[in-house]
Design a protein around this ligand. Structure first.
Ligand code: COA
Length: 392
């Protein structure tokens, strides 16, 4: 097959009104709005509304949406009980994936496949994903589960449920910005997984739990955990150059660098780099400085040895931001999910209810068969006794 199309690269599979990316110029647009504008002026709640409904809300629409999010935030008691019975070593992404699929059990109307019912499910998922992650982190540390607050932002509520104490307004704002910039990214692997599952007419919970599984991989959402592990292993800014060069010379990858779509800096990396610098300066730690050196060393190695450019992606600087906020490292990818669930659900709804032609259809790509071939009639079945004789 054409190598340019491997991994579905360069293949258009659907129309979407949710997001566009200009990879050459480093622009990311949600429903027509530049994310840099949203970062400056919006909140995660407003951005989630924009993604789900297609337009920015007026004040009463936003108040109603925020109320619905707040009302949906609590977790069913049996789900908390089930969490308490899991081995404490369970990975938060595995826990999240199974809890999302379990939420279907508590949806008394899961047969209702109208658009309104799916929007309601999207709101439930946006609300409950952070509650699940916070609850699991407390349970695995032997702490009691903390109920949400009746006020405060989505970001502030997550930090409160995680720590059991209210975050500062600066911390809540930093997380809010992170949630805005991770909320949507067109047909990335996890979103495509969600849409592919939705195309079979499976329900919202099945689609979103599949997306969580796809996000967990280290070439996708799992990269930010690998970035933090890398920084910890490097240990000191003065070791960065040597470490990066040795890793690349050995054919390894530098996590947080490179992107399948951007041919310049990922605009989200710019925002996160500023946040990382601010928080590292405030805390007096080395993580921003080390990350910046990783970026520079990787770029230098690529230009010297591969004669090609490479740029940071969203995961490079998010790692140090979360670490500096005292968030456990293995929650980096789950935090990505807290935000991306807004984009995933918008895509599931678009997949199921697209109005204009060409409407989405069941995904069924073609593969090029390159396996065993015994002629047009196929291979002759060999009985077990003769196969045993041949191998014996
Ligand atoms: C994200 C990623 C999979 C996109 O890759 P892509 O555009 O499809 O490019 P490829 O994987 O085909 O790589 C192209 C070349 O650049 C190299 N490359 C790309 N990203 C690299 C990285 N982070 N470190 C080292 N080399 C890298 C590849 O080894 C390959 O080199 P080759 O042509 O000599 O074989 C890739 O950049 C990567 O693995 N990055 C690290 C993981 C990561 O940060 N993921 C989060 C993405 S948001």
């Amino acid at each position: 097959m054409d190598a340019r199309n491997i991994g579905l690269r360069n293949i258009e599979v659907a129309d979407t009104k949710i997001c566009s990316i200009d990879g050459e110029n480093g622009k990311l647009i949600y429903r027509g709005y530049d994310i840099l504008d949203l970062v400056k002026n919006s909140t995660f709640e407003e951005t989630a509304y924009l993604l789900l409904f297609g337009d920015l809300p007026d004040s009463s629409q936003l108040a109603d949406f925020t109320r619905r999010l707040r009302e949906a935030r609590g977790l069913p008691d049996p789900l908390i009980k089930a969490l308490k019975s899991r081995p404490r070593r369970a990975h938060p992404m595995d826990v999240l994936q199974s809890c999302v699929s379990e939420l279907a059990d508590y949806d008394l109307n899961n047969e209702d496949q109208t658009k309104e019912a799916n929007v309601r499910r999207a709101i439930v998922l946006i609300s409950k994903v952070p509650a699940i992650i916070a609850a699991w982190n407390r349970i695995r540390n032997g702490l009691h589960v903390v109920d949400h607050l009746d006020e405060g932002s989505h970001a502030a509520n997550f930090l409160y449920m995680l720590r059991g104490s209210e975050p500062t307004s600066e911390e809540a704002k930093i997380l809010d910005v992170c949630l805005i910039i991770h909320a949507e990214h067109s047909f990335n692997a996890s979103t495509f997984a969600a849409r592919e599952i939705a195309s079979t007419r499976a329900h919202m919970y099945a689609s979103i739990s599949g997306a969580v599984g796809a996000l967990s991989g280290e070439l996708h959402g799992g990269a930010n955990i690998q970035v933090m592990k890398m920084l910890l292993e490097i240990g000191d800014p003065s070791n960065v150059d040597k470490w990066v060069y040795e890793r690349l010379q050995a054919g390894g990858r530098i996590m947080g660098m490179g992107h399948a779509v951007y041919r310049t800096t990922d605009p989200r990396a710019d925002v996160l780099s500023r946040l990382s610098r601010a928080i590292s300066t405030q805390k007096g730690n080395k993580w921003y400085e080390m990350t910046r050196r990783v970026e520079e060393a990787t770029k230098r190695y690529f230009s010297e040895n591969k004669k090609q450019a490479i740029y940071p992606n969203v995961d490079l600087y998010s790692a140090s931001v979360y670490y500096s906020m005292g968030i456990p490292m293995d929650l980096n990818t789950p935090i990505f999910a807290i935000s991306r669930v807004a984009g995933w659900s918008a895509h599931v709804i678009e997949e199921k209810f697209a109005e204009a032609a060409p409407k989405p259809a069941l995904y069924r790509p073609k593969a090029v068969y390159v396996g065993k071939y015994c002629g047009p009639m196929g291979c002759e079945y060999t009985p077990m006794a003769s196969r045993n004789k041949q191998s014996g």
